[in-house]
Design a protein around this ligand. Structure first.
Ligand code: FES
Length: 103
């Protein structure tokens, strides 16, 4: 059964930005795409890059390490050299706070 964990306040991540958040035993990258919040694992699936240190470009995140790209909404790889999708998490916004369901 997934448990709901608070990540941050809505105002903590500006539109078009990403922020690293540690929650429970997870290290996540939290994104604000035009007011919609998304979360993925922070660790790049390709190597030592951290997606929260990358660059948000539209609905994609570019890893700062080898410039691989993922779709923020789905986690799919959309630019090489990444081959393995990054895990995404369902977010919930309530009372100005962003939560994620971790299972
Ligand atoms: S570590 Fe992210 S693209 Fe290589």
């Amino acid at each position: 059964m997934p448990s709901r964990v608070e990540l941050c306040k809505v105002g903590d991540v500006a539109v078009g930005e990403v922020r690293r958040v540690e929650a429970a035993d997870f290290t996540l990258a939290v994104y604000n795409l035009a007011g919609e919040f998304y979360a993925t694992d922070d660790a790049c699936t390709h190597g030592p890059g951290q997606l929260s240190e990358g660059f948000v470009d539209g609905d994609t995140i570019e890893c700062n390490f080898h410039q691989g790209r993922f779709d923020i909404r789905t986690g799919e790889c959309v630019g090489p050299p990444c081959m393995v999708p990054v895990k995404t998490y369902k977010t919930i916004v309530e009372d100005g706070r962003v939560f994620v369901e971790l299972g």
